[in-house]
Design a protein around this ligand. Structure first.
Ligand code: FE2
Length: 330
């Protein structure tokens, strides 16, 4: 191992996500030029580390570590089509618990991996329920104009990435309240965001059928029970190879009746409602590698789960409004 690589391997372990840059420099007696050199060396050896501002302090921001699947079988690229996608859900923009900075992180990672397709499985905005008088206190954006305007202005805009989305029950409240549709304004203002349907949609990528589903109702005790039921009710024409399910704010991968199913986590921290109901809440996303034959049959499916930890989140995500800028990569 070269001395440079050895140095990078050693120092990389001491650079913790969210740790203060100043404290690191003091600990290792580095001046700013030496730190710059270290980060440049890290980049050369495939370990990109960024420095970001958090609560007025400069901190390290380490990227996701890719879990390379060593069991990957020998795949014949001449007979199989390769797709890589990213899947997100339940951003609930306008809720004080939203986590836009983490969504930005996922989109940056998607860009770094060369991903061109992101699926969003519904509840883009937090909506407006007239029968929930406690809701406005849980929001920093109220009503259709504020919430949808925020999506138009703040949803990541990344070169080469198209986001295909469905709408969920929270998005639909705006229609029920005054026939305002989130998709109408997003289609007018964001050419990189493609509307697929309300509640569910069947789409295709490189011949592979993908079903996006945003069910209603509460969670079940078992993570697999409700998703399996969703597969059982799909008519054969609609039977996909991949089923992506939003709404539950959980993370789970399963295979049932030859369908690869994923419960997609959220980008909204635990709300008062979830706390009261004793519901758990998972924040994260999935990156998925898919190899399929020419008929659209999935030969190899590798879901990579990205789960954020409590200290990645901002308690009062109203801070998102003040401190997070739109992620724009041109
Ligand atoms: Fe949700």
């Amino acid at each position: 191992m070269s001395r440079d690589r050895e140095y990078v391997e050693r120092q990389y372990k001491y650079i913790h996500n969210g740790a203060s840059v100043e404290e690191f420099m003091l600990k290792f007696h580095l001046n700013s030029t030496e730190l710059k050199g270290l980060l440049e060396l890290c980049r050369i050896y495939g370990k990109n580390i960024e420095i970001v501002e958090k609560d007025g302090t400069l901190v390290f921001d380490k990227p996701f570590i890719r879990n390379l699947d060593t069991r990957k079988p020998d795949l014949d690229p001449n007979n199989l089509r390769y797709s890589q996608i990213c899947v997100v859900s339940d951003t609930h923009f306008g809720n004080i618990h939203q986590q836009l900075h983490l969504l930005n992180k996922v989109y940056r990672e998607a860009y770094n991996r060369g991903i061109t397709k992101v699926y969003h499985v519904g509840n883009i905005v937090d909506g407006n329920y007239p029968n929930r008088p406690e809701q406005p206190r849980q929001q920093f954006l109220h009503g259709f104009d504020e919430q949808v305007g925020y999506v138009v202005d703040m949803y990541p805009r990344v070169k080469g990435i198209t986001t295909e989305y469905i709408l969920g029950s929270h998005d639909e409240t705006h229609y029920k309240n005054g026939q305002a549709t989130v998709n109408n304004w997003l289609s007018r203002c964001r050419k990189d965001m493609i509307f697929l349907g309300q509640d569910c949609a069947l789409t295709e990528l490189n011949g592979v059928k993908i079903f996006l589903d945003h069910p209603g109702g509460g969670s079940a005790q078992s993570l697999s029970y409700k998703p399996q039921k969703r597969i059982e009710i799909l008519e054969s024409d609609y039977k996909p190879k991949i089923l992506l399910i939003g709404h539950y704010h959980k993370s789970y991968y399963f295979v049932y009746r030859n369908v690869h199913g994923i419960l997609v986590p959220s980008f909204c921290d635990k709300t008062q409602f979830q706390q009261k109901q004793g519901l758990s809440n998972v924040i994260g996303a999935y990156f998925i590698d898919i190899y399929a034959d020419k008929k659209g049959n999935v030969e190899y499916f590798c879901p990579e789960e990205v789960i954020f930890r409590p200290n990645d989140m901002w308690e009062e995500a109203g801070k998102d409004k003040e401190r997070v800028r739109q992620l724009v990569i041109k």
